[in-house]
Ligand binder design. Structure first.
Ligand code: KG4
Ligand code: ZN
Length: 362
């Protein structure tokens, strides 16, 4: 039972063929990093144009790599939200056209559900040892657009327990990196530089959450970093890093270290440490509250090596599952995998399916 998954919610055009919800036959991701990098963030109009340019080739490549033709497919699944509406529309429209032309069922997948299934898919393949995340699970989806805690119940029923009230954790990484001249995306650079600084050097405090204590807030942390920078004379240092980035689009750790004094490395380490502490404290509290039998951490920020190490070191109430880095960031294998249980239930979308920028999962 082969499902073609299509993902275009943000700045990656992706297509994948997954068999029986667990075997990845192909997974192609065309990143738009070079397009958006120079603007320090994703430019929605450019993103949709790039998706349009890439979608046909990406789908063809995914089919060819998997040794499939359209005749081998049981269904086509597409991300219909949340995300940038112009970007989502490209994937949704392309999937609809394929289904219409070939008489295939169309499956609508929520991007967040895809991130959760990235972990389940991989655990089934045995990449993370023999064990599979047991339900109910607590899922922390943490990326550039989301910081959400979900209870995952039998039959993949979801309940939202908490979410960010302002910036997503990945967005905080991106904004701090941009402010300091490290370019976009910020997460991978900060991840590589943080081990060179002292995580206790700058202490960041978070306001107590009124109402739902499982909600997150990262905008205060971003402002605290901005204040810290404003109180120091850092213009020359930041300008030097921006110049480095202009001359060398992908600096390595050594190049960044040469352009980054100790106090800034300490700031990065302390910032990352504060984000990790927030994520893990609430994830552990939620897992405990729902009696979770496993903890799933997924989304781009799940690539963070500090987060992975801190999770291994923490005394958590249940086993933890991370996807491999390639399946942590946006991809279409997770979309095809999330579509499989829907396929079995006959949960198909109609051709009037709309892209929904603010789609929720619950
Ligand atoms: O899941 P993803 O590819 O796209 C969204 O759905 O947002 O996540 C991208 C986000 C970006 O904010 C990026 O800075 C962050 O994930 N990210 C990381 C790391 N790798 C990517 N954040 C922290 N550490 C990393 N190693
Ligand atoms: Zn994502």
């Amino acid at each position: 039972m082969r499902i073609l998954g299509i993902e275009s919610s943000c700045d990656e055009t992706a297509a994948a063929v997954v068999e029986n919800g667990e075997t990845i036959l192909s997974s192609v991701v065309a990143s738009q990093l070079t397009t958006h990098g120079k603007y320090g963030g994703v430019v929605p109009e450019l993103a949709s144009r790039e998706h349009l340019r890439a979608i046909v080739a990406v789908v063809r490549e995914a089919l060819a790599e998997s040794g499939s033709t359209l005749d081998d497919l049981a269904a086509v699944a597409a991300t219909y939200g949340p995300g940038l509406v112009g970007s989502l529309l490209v994937g949704v429209t392309y999937a609809k056209s394929l289904c219409f032309a070939r008489g295939l069922p169309l499956i609508a997948v929520n991007h967040l559900e895809g991130h959760i299934h990235a972990v389940i898919l991989e655990a089934r393949r045995g990449a993370d040892g023999e064990s599979v995340p047991e339900l109910p699970a607590l899922a922390l989806v943490v990326s550039g657009g989301h910081t959400h805690l979900f209870e995952v119940n039998q039959g993949f029923q979801y309940r939202l327990l908490g979410k960010t009230r302002d910036d997503a954790a990945g967005e905080a990484f991106d904004k701090v990196a941009k402010l300091l001249g490290f370019g976009y995306p910020g997460g991978p650079v900060i991840d590589r530089l943080a081990p060179h600084g002292n995580p206790e050097a700058v202490s960041f405090t978070f306001a107590k959450m009124k109402g739902n204590d499982l909600d997150f807030s990262f905008s205060g942390l971003k402002t605290a970093v901005l204040r810290w920078v404003e109180q120091r004379d850092m213009d020359a240092e930041i300008a030097a890093r921006r110049a480095l980035l202009r001359n060398c689009p992908h600096p390595g750790v050594e190049e960044w270290l040469a352009a980054t004094p100790r106090r800034t490395l300490d700031l990065l380490a302390s910032f990352q440490h504060a984000v990790i502490r927030e994520l893990l404290t609430r994830a552990a509290a939620s897992a405990e509250r729902i009696g979770a039998r496993s903890l799933i951490i997924s989304g781009g920020v799940a690539c963070n090596s500090g987060l992975r190490a801190a999770t291994r070191a923490a005394a958590l109430p249940c086993p933890v599952f991370f996807p491999s880095p390639a399946l942590s960031t946006d991809n279409a294998a997770m979309i095809a995998a999330a579509a499989f249980p829907k396929f079995r239930r006959g949960e198909f979308a109609r051709f009037d399916l709309k892209a929904q920028a603010n789609l929720t999962l619950a």
